[in-house]
Design a protein around this ligand. Structure first.
Ligand code: URA
Length: 437
């Protein structure tokens, strides 16, 4: 095949702070997917994009080219409107588990194509695989049938959606180019637009446990993704949410399923419930089935969301009544002073959970279902010297030492008079970005 462009010219354009035109973008994404642009050339281009950015039209065209590299799904034959949620990833982020069945209660279908964890953030599929019998791989027909019948499905994304992204993401991971806002936004949105959801709510995490450490960066990422979704005809909003400390009281696969079941039983930690409800309200609004917050909370309290969860798990071979795996060994980490817990760092807890066996270093590694970290206090809580702050769980006790190293310096306890003290826990939702503002 005769190539219409030269990769070096495209790289030079972006290196010299120029803008890529539509034909250059279409060609480079397609040629890279075909193998006609070499990995080292795409890595130079990704670095030029990271350093020099892209404007809205370039990002939009790049996203369209990634969508065009694969197949698109079609939910238009379903009897219900669709709404999806995407989180940029965090520690203890189990929200998909209670959220998908909760939204399904109100007649909206939730097609949640999810991934596995890599690094310190957990993956939804790893969490659900701790439910005995549950399977992540569904055919498109099985997925559509479950969406029509149960209204919620959490399953593995097929390899046909945006294959350019799969290749490019792996390259960015090893070339220091993950953190480019145009590349993150186009990566996430190409998959979501190709998936074909009608409405999309983005949970953009901010803080030590997230990609975006600062609110301004997170706001820019959110704005970029909301614009991309809107331009593609997907009703898209973003919530910016706190990831300076873990969500809820657990980080680890079966531990997080247990906490999600608590939320579906009308209990659970306030931050997990509040975020689940806030996202559900946005998804229902986007899907054209608006509900008040109180009505959504009622579906958690009265068992309707739990019924939907039981059906969703059973439809994928899982036994919702089966006991969840428990790690063989546990150890406690004790508070070292009297006072108020001022901080408990999400990244430190995420790395500890990962080292205990909840996460993987390579894509093919197995995870331990029972491993992870349980929190006994959250920032804002009063603690006493010697009381348990965390419990570490693993099947392989030789991992405790490295997990404790990850936690060193990961929390602070301050006296009441200290100016750094926060009287109450911070709210989980920090800001909202929609198409207008
Ligand atoms: N998640 C994605 O799918 N892509 C990114 O680039 C970052 C997070």
């Amino acid at each position: 095949m005769t190539e219409t462009h030269d990769a070096v010219d495209v790289i030079r354009t972006k290196r010299d702070r120029g803008r890529l035109d539509d034909a250059q973008i279409d060609w480079v994404v397609d040629a890279y997917t075909r193998g006609a642009v070499a990995e080292e050339q795409m890595s130079a281009l990704a670095m030029a994009i990271l350093l020099n950015g892209m404007d809205r039209a370039e990002i939009s065209r790049w996203t369209a080219a990634m969508i065009a590299s694969g197949e698109r799904m079609d939910f238009s034959g379903l009897s219900r409107p669709t709404a999806d949620k995407h989180s940029t990833g965090g520690v203890g982020d189990k929200i998909t588990l209670p959220l998908a069945p909760l939204v399904a209660v109100f007649g909206v279908a939730v097609p949640q194509l999810s991934g596995r964890g890599l690094g310190h953030t957990g993956g939804t599929l790893d969490k659900l695989e701790s439910v005995p019998g549950w399977r992540a791989a569904l055919s498109t027909e099985e997925m559509l049938a479950q969406l029509d019948d149960v209204g919620a499905v959490v399953c593995q994304a097929g390899s046909g959606l945006a294959p350019a992204d799969r290749k490019l993401y792996a390259l960015r991971d090893v070339t220091g180019t993950v953190e480019a806002i145009p590349l993150i936004a186009s990566s996430i949105m190409s998959k979501k637009i190709a998936e074909g959801t009608g409405a999309l709510v983005l949970d953009v995490k901010v803080g030590s446990g997230a990609f975006m450490k600062e609110l301004d960066q997170a706001r820019e990422l959110a704005r970029t993704m909301v614009d991309l979704g809107t331009d593609a005809g997907v009703r898209t909003v973003a919530l910016l949410t706190d990831m300076s400390t873990p969500l809820g009281l657990t980080a680890g696969n079966a531990l997080e399923v247990r906490e999600s079941v608590d939320v579906l039983s009308g209990g659970g930690p306030a931050d997990v419930v509040d975020l689940t409800v806030a996202l559900a309200v946005e998804m229902l609004d986007g899907a054209g089935r608006p509900q008040g917050e109180d009505d959504v909370r009622a579906a958690l309290a009265d068992g309707r969301a739990m019924d939907a969860w039981n059906r969703m798990i059973a439809a994928q071979g899982g036994d919702p009544a089966a006991a969840l795996p428990v790690a063989r060994e546990s150890e406690q980490v004790l508070a070292d002073a009297d006072g108020t817990l001022a901080s408990l760092d999400a990244y430190a807890v995420g790395v500890a959970a990962w080292r205990l066996g909840a996460g993987r270093a390579r894509r093919e590694d197995p995870v331990q279902a029972g491993a992870g970290v349980e929190l006994h206090a959250k920032p804002g809580d009063v603690v006493r010297r010697g009381q348990p702050l965390l419990t570490l769980h693993t099947d392989t006790p030789e991992r405790f030492a490295r997990a404790r190293e990850a936690l060193a310096g990961g929390w602070s306890v301050l006296g009441a008079e200290d100016p750094g003290i926060r009287p109450d826990a911070a709210p989980v939702v920090l800001d909202r970005v929609d198409r207008a503002g």
